[in-house]
Design a protein around this ligand. Structure first.
Ligand SMILES: NC(=O)c1ccc[n+]([C@@H]2O[C@H](COP(=O)([O-])OP(=O)(O)OC[C@H]3O[C@@H](n4cnc5c(N)ncnc54)[C@H](OP(=O)(O)O)[C@@H]3O)[C@@H](O)[C@H]2O)c1
Length: 346
């Protein structure tokens, strides 16, 4: 039987999510890649328990995380059963529905039919009666927003989720959703957007400012741009990396241009002057963005988790460092803006 480290709450701080009473750890653990059956269960369990021992009380999942889809939830369900069930009330467990999960017309998007069935399936895989946060994973412009939001409000009323989140919603759609939910007596807790030094659409859209005004928290994802914001791709593409893995189609080698590498080297110089790795500086940078309550970590091995946790020792930036970073990333963001908006809109 696993016994959690007694000092696990010494290292981490816990921030209120927006104006809510819920607190999240500065760093949360994401289960998108490396937590399903694509990884030996023993390794998944080791990472999850290590995270909890270091004060990471929040695990972020979705119906379609892991290969095959659902296997990340099943693995967490098994870890809960074997080890963490006694700590259920010390954990915040999130899941989502919104991307393709099963075949046919009812396994995707934002209908009541899909969302209700998907949450029941997630609870089944997790072996839980409720999740703490349930997200609509992406906007669906073919379903009336009121249908999706009424469904989210109903899952709270039914006790299947304690709080509601939205992910990948642009500002205007998110604001509309916040108002509809409020009409049903539910405050949106949190928004989960992609945000990193290589992708600042959240700032361009002013999503961050709207969330602050509305009292909603933010938890950014892919803050390392899936690993690009490290020095691993400077010489070549390691086979053991996400871009080098042919089974993972999400990080294209073609993104690693010589211009990007030059900018990564410049960012790494700043990181070194702060006694951090580039990855650690990218996590610190994300943590310091407006509205952020917690930053999602993605890791493929325990050593990465350990390195990323060290970020907590150095989260502050001088104005000079921020200005130097801004000059570099402004260039990258201008170059990538067209591509980002293309993927964001379609
Ligand atoms: N809501 C959404 O639509 C959405 C979408 C994507 C992700 N998310 C959430 O955000 C979480 C994180 O996303 P992500 O995996 O894209 O995050 P990320 O932090 O941008 O990338 C994580 C990857 O970077 C590499 N890495 C991490 N730490 C490292 C270190 N210290 N040194 C070198 N490489 C390091 C590892 O890849 P290697 O395989 O190369 O080692 C790791 O799997 C997900 O698990 C999920 O919970 C949400």
């Amino acid at each position: 039987m696993y016994v959690a480290a007694k000092d696990r709450y010494q290292k981490m701080k816990y921030n209120h999510v927006g104006k809510s009473g819920l607190k999240l750890p500065q760093l949360s653990l994401g289960f998108w890649q490396n937590f399903g059956n694509e990884k030996p269960y023993k390794e998944v369990k080791e990472i999850v328990l290590k995270a909890f021992d270091n004060g990471i009380t929040h695990f972020d999942l979705a119906n379609n995380y892991g290969r095959p889809f659902g296997s990340a939830e099943s693995n967490l369900g098994r870890i809960l059963k074997e080890e963490l069930a006694p700590y259920r009330d010390e954990l915040v467990i999130s899941t989502k529905a919104g991307y393709t999960m099963w075949d046919g017309p009812y396994g995707d998007h934002g209908s009541r039919k899909y969302i209700m069935a998907s949450l029941d399936q997630s609870l089944n895989r997790l072996g839980l009666k409720y999740v703490d946060i349930f997200y609509h994973h992406r906007p669906d412009y073919d379903t009336p927003l009121i249908e999706t939001m009424k469904t989210l409000a109903d899952v709270v009323t039914q006790g299947k989720a304690l709080y509601i989140g939205l992910s990948n919603y642009p500002k205007d759609r998110a604001l509309e959703a916040i108002r509809i939910l409020r009409g049903y007596g539910v405050e949106l807790l949190i928004h989960q957007p992609k945000l990193s030094m290589l992708n600042t659409w959240v700032h361009d859209d002013k999503l961050d400012e709207m969330l602050i005004e509305e009292g909603v928290g933010m938890i950014p994802f892919s803050v390392l741009s899936q690993g690009l914001l490290t020095m691993k791709y400077i010489k070549d593409v390691p086979l053991s990396s996400r871009a080098g893995n042919p089974d993972v189609p999400f990080l294209n080698k073609d993104n690693i241009t010589s211009e990007l590498k030059q900018k990564l080297i410049e960012l790494d110089t700043i990181a070194k002057s702060r006694n951090q790795s580039l990855a650690q500086m990218a996590i610190s940078w994300a943590y310091n963005q407006k509205a952020v309550s917690s930053v999602l970590l993605g890791v493929s091995r325990i050593s990465q988790l350990e390195l990323n946790l060290e970020t907590l020792n150095n989260l502050e930036f001088s104005n000079e460092e921020l200005n130097r970073i801004q000059k570099i990333i402004k260039w990258i963001c201008i170059k990538t803006r067209y591509v980002i908006w293309f993927f964001f809109i379609f």
